[in-house]
Each structure stands twice: as C-alpha cells, then as structure tokens.
Design a protein around this ligand. Structure first.
Ligand code: MG
Length: 318
C-alpha cells in the first residue's frame, strides 16, 4: 500500500483569491499584499492571487489590476489569476500575468449558476479565449468545478468530466485542475475519476483541488498521489468556506498538507511554522477564526506556552 508516493509535491496556495473572495467584507488591498508576501516568505512557490472579473460580479476582487501588477513578477514564485473572458484576459495581460486560469463546471446547473452559460457555450467561448492567452505567451490552466459532485445535480457523471477534459486539452491548455468544489468526493471515487482522466491527460499536467467539507480531502489526496498526481491546491487556514453550506469547511488547509507530507518525507518547500504564523496573522486581520484544525492546535500550543511563561515569570518575581 502506498508504494508510489512522490518525493516532492507542488502546492498552489489559493487563499488570496479563492479564500478571500468568500469573505463577507472587502479585505483591504494592503492586507492582501501582506498575505501574499508572507506566504512567499514561508516558502510557498505557487499562489493564486486574484481574478480578473467584473467588480460588479465579485466586489471582493475589485483590486485585481493592482494585485496583479504588484505580484505578476515574483522571482521563483508562480502567480496565477483567474480569467473569465477576453476582457479579463486583457486586464491580466496589462497587469503582466504570465499564468492564467480559465474555469467552468462539469455540471450544467452549476455552470449556469456560476457563469450563466451552458457547458457547450462555455467551451465555444474557450475556443477563442485559450488560444488568445497562448498567443500572448501565457501558461493556461483550466479549472473544472463540480467534477465529483454538484449541489444541484448530485454525483457528477464521469463521462461529462472526460468529455470536457478532452475538449480543453484539444484547445491547448497546459494544466487541468479537477475540483471537488463542494467537498463530497471519497477516495474510491477519486480513483474512478482519475482512471478515466489519466489516459487522456498526462499525469504531470493534472492538478487536484479538494474541499474538506466531509473531512475526506487528505484521504483523497493520498489516493491521487499514489496514482501519480503531484500538484494540489489548498488554502491557508482553510480560508474560503463553502458557498453552498454556511459554516462548513472549505478548501483543504495548506498546513494540513504540509504537516502530513513533511511527516511522510514528501517535500513541499514550505516552512510549516512560518506558514502557521501567516495563519495567525490572517485570523487577526480578518477578525474571525479560520476553520483549520491544524491552525487551532497551533494557536492552542502558543497560548499554553504563553501562560506557562507568565506563570514562570510570576514565580520568579516571588
Ligand atoms: Mg475552492
């Protein structure tokens, strides 16, 4: 069991975009900048920084041009941004982005509610958008939401996932991001879906995006790693929540992955303690607890250490 685990994995931190987009109040641009800088200082080498969407749709990301321009060129760090259409692509280009992500859903109802188009309409739009990004020298990732389950349609038909992956590959996308947007997948379903996807997409060009709504994310990732996947999305502190289940956990926390990988001897390049300190900072500036159990445990250890130090100082004073 687990004989093919990789020596190194690549974690893409999605907190600054996927995470902060779900905050109920606008997070100041300066806080976003500090967040990204601190992540980089902790050794995170791939960061999803923003989305070039119309601010009328997503006011939380109205500062995309400023964030994009500031971080499109970070030595040694791959920063990417979401792009929904040609206007977004122009914005990303002006900001100097070299990596972009297009995104759609594997189920009709979710695609309709998220981007107000049918799946075929979206694919037709991407037939122009993806080559236009490639012509600008950009790396293009395609994110496929609800690839395992949908809040409206239930379990996703894997044939639909295969059809969309094949179409996107045909357009020249560099990476396929397969997402469990509502966190319903289990390890055997992950195996079934990957068995269908890997014959049509090279394993090193597949990344996975798990939510931990049911606590299955790390188990899913173990199965995916055993099948050769080495690229995973996660968000610090589990930032992001789940838009369909108020109070439920969102993205799998980056610190859970770094902790587990480190113990198994799988390199991430990320310093766990520094990363957790970024979590402490974000929890302070956002003014509410983040869902991650790993961060809660770290905060508990810090508090105990502080209490012990105060007691020791008091005893010394006596
Ligand atoms: Mg997510």
């Amino acid at each position: 069991m687990f004989e093919n685990l990789p020596k190194r994995v690549h974690i893409r931190e999605v907190g600054p975009r996927d995470g902060l987009q779900n905050e109920s109040v606008f997070v100041p641009t300066e806080v976003k900048k500090e967040f990204i800088q601190r992540l980089a200082a902790a050794g995170v080498s791939a960061i999803e920084i923003t989305s070039f969407v119309n601010p009328k749709w997503i006011p939380a990301l109205a500062d995309c041009a400023e964030i994009g321009s500031r971080f499109s060129d970070m030595p040694g760090i791959a920063t990417n941004a979401l792009v929904p259409n040609m206007k977004g692509l122009e914005g990303a280009e002006q900001a100097g982005m070299k990596d972009i992500s297009v995104f759609m859903s594997a189920t009709e109802a979710h695609n309709k509610s998220n981007i107000n188009k049918s799946i075929d309409e979206t694919l037709r739009q991407f037939e122009t958008l993806v080559p236009a990004a490639k012509a600008r020298g950009m790396q293009v990732r395609a994110g496929l939401s609800t690839a395992f389950g949908c809040p409206y349609e239930g379990e996703t038909d894997v044939r639909q996932v295969v059809r969309i992956v094949r179409a996107l590959r045909g357009m020249g996308v560099d990476e396929m991001g397969i997402a469990d947007t509502i966190g319903v997948a289990d390890p055997l379903q992950v195996q079934r879906v990957l068995e269908q996807v890997l014959p049509i997409c090279p394993v090193q060009e597949v990344s996975l995006h798990f939510h931990d709504t049911q606590g299955t994310a790390l188990a899913n990732i173990m199965v995916a790693m055993e099948m050769g996947i080495t690229h995973f999305d996660s968000s610090l502190g589990g930032l992001g929540g789940c838009p369909y289940a108020p109070g439920a956990s969102g993205n799998v926390p980056t610190e859970h992955l770094v902790y587990a990988f480190e113990r198994m001897g799988i390199e991430t390049g990320i310093d766990l303690e520094k990363l957790l300190e970024v979590g402490v900072y974000m929890q302070q500036v956002l003014g509410h607890p983040l869902p991650s159990n790993g961060l809660k445990a770290y905060l508990g250890r810090k508090q105990r250490a502080a209490t012990t130090a105060v007691k020791a100082a008091a005893a010394a004073a006596i």
